[in-house]
Structure formats: C-alpha cells, structure tokens
Design a protein around this ligand. Structure first.
Ligand code: SIN
Length: 291
C-alpha cells in the first residue's frame, strides 16, 4: 500500500486494478488529489473507491473534474441529469443484460470516451459482478512478429450489433427492459480505429478491439478477419489478464476504455441492481508507434 494526497492506494497483485481509500470524492478535491486519481487510473486501468456517497448531481460534479463529458448516444439519461445514465435492472426483467458482452465503451465513435465512472446504488446479494480485461498486458504478451503485424491493421467498429434498430441485442423491443434504449439507424454506421492503440498517458500500447463493436478488420477477407478477431477476443480475456469486481453498494469504479474492456455478468435473477454511470470524452485513437 502507498499513500498519496491522503489516498491509501492498494494495487492488485498483478498490477491491473487498484483500490483507493481515504477520501470522500463528493466533497472539495484539490487539484493534487484529482491528479492522484487520474495517475492511478493511468497506471492500473481500473480503480475502485469503496464507501463513497454520491447522488447523480455530485457524480456529475466529480466527473467534470476528470474531463469533458462524452456523448452517450443510445441510452436515455436520467431526468434532470443530462450526463448520468442509470444502469438499472428490475427483478422481473428478462431482456439481455446491458453490457453483458465484452466491450470498450462506445468504441464505434470517432472520438470514443476515455474514462467511464460507475457508482453502485443497489447491488444484489449474489451475482452482478463486472469483469475487466487488461488490453495493455494482453498486447505486451504477444510475440514481436505478431505485434508488428497487428500494428499495421485497422479495426472496423459499429454500434449495429448492440443498437441497430433491426438486429441490435439491446434495442429489440422488450417490455420488461427498465433502461430506455434510443434506437437510431445511425447505429449501423462504422468507423475504423487502429487495432493497436497507443495509450498516450502511459505511453504503453493496447489492443483496441472488443467483442461487441469490432465487427471486422479492414482490408482482410471475412474469413481472415473472423479468425484474427476470434483469437484477439479470447486472448484479451484470458484469466491472467482479467479482474473481477465484486460490488458493494456505495462504490465508485473508474476504468480507462482506451486500454480496458469490460463485461457485466448476470446471476441475480429476481433482484434489482442499480448503478449511476457517466462517461468522459477521450481523443481520436492514435496508432502505436511500433516496436
Ligand atoms: C456497462 O457496460 O457499463 C455496465 C457495467 C455493469 O453493469 O456492470
């Protein structure tokens, strides 16, 4: 454990993920304290802050300290809180669980978000964990030849698989869904991003592909693309690169979408689950500078 600006920082044993205690984040924070939070996130990829006390309004205020808000295109925000989404599931809901496939938030945008903040309000007595995959270590573990090849590629990203008005997993009509999904034909648009992305704050490279939104690799045949993506998805989510977050109420979690993917697990049928979420704008993904 280390101490910095009144935070106690406990990294996980493999250096992916850390817990920060000691400061209530809904109060006045000094610039040095905000820098400590951002530095920890840059280093550990996902950081948790137990025993916090946020309302939607104070979560918006805290999020503003991390950067400008990102654009959340397909989920209706909370009434009165333009930048807060309720990640909500009611006990009787049967629609597919929001976030229940590996993804990096909104990677289909030209300028995808850097950070996501998720604050737990109501947590079921069992299930409902969130899993995270470390795409920096996943990339670093590959052989130099494969790294070099991947560094020359661009991935095609689209919101279609999740939010297309015809086939999207989360946009299909379902009376039991408690989150309001905003269906739009724009979901079928696509953008391309480098398959290997430089994580500018740490200077480390990360695999920037994810199971939900990366639909192909540009300029490869469908078969070639499918084989490579299948390998990359399973490689990134190998057990040694993942962290399982078991929620308690009143915990804030921050993660860096530029180098981390995540997955919301089920297993809490018959119980409610409620979290507040904000996203912080990022930058146009920049390709790795090579080996
Ligand atoms: C999400 O993908 O943002 C949802 C994560 C979760 O509900 O655990």
């Amino acid at each position: 454990m280390t101490n910095s600006n009144n935070f106690n920082i406990t990294p996980s044993s493999d250096g992916f993920g850390a817990t920060l205690r000691g400061i209530l984040l809904n109060g006045e924070l000094s610039t040095a304290q905000v820098t400590t939070v951002i530095d920890a996130l840059n280093q550990y990829g996902v950081v948790s802050f137990p025993d916090q006390d946020f309302t939607p309004s104070s979560l918006e205020n805290f999020s503003r300290r991390l950067g400008k808000f990102g654009d959340d295109p397909y989920v209706q925000s909370m009434e009165g809180f333009e930048h807060v989404i309720e990640v909500r599931r009611d006990p009787t809901e049967t629609a597919p669980i929001f976030g229940s496939l590996w993804h990096s938030d909104w990677s289909f945008q030209k300028v995808p978000p850097s950070i996501t903040a998720l604050y737990s309000v109501e947590i079921p007595p069992r299930g409902g964990d969130t899993l995270f995959a470390d795409h920096r270590r996943a990339f670093e573990s590959l052989s130099p030849k494969l790294k070099q090849f991947l560094t020359s590629l661009e991935g095609v990203h689209s919101a279609g698989p999740a939010y297309s008005d015809t086939v999207g997993l989360f946009s299909k009509d379902d009376d039991t869904r408690s989150m309001k999904i905003l269906v739009s034909p724009d979901a079928d648009n696509f953008v391309t991003h480098p398959v290997v992305r430089r994580h500018s704050p740490s200077g480390r490279d990360a695999l920037y592909v994810n199971h939900v939104y990366t639909t192909a690799i540009k300029d490869l045949s469908r078969d070639e693309s499918d084989v490579i993506l299948k390998f990359l998805f399973s490689h990134c989510t190998r057990e040694e690169f993942t962290y399982r977050h078991v929620w308690q109420p009143n915990t804030l979690l921050l993660w860096d979408n530029r180098c981390v993917s995540h997955y919301a697990e089920g297993g809490y049928e018959g119980y409610s689950r409620l979290l507040y979420r904000t996203t912080i704008a990022g930058e146009v993904p920049v390709a790795s500078e090579g080996l």
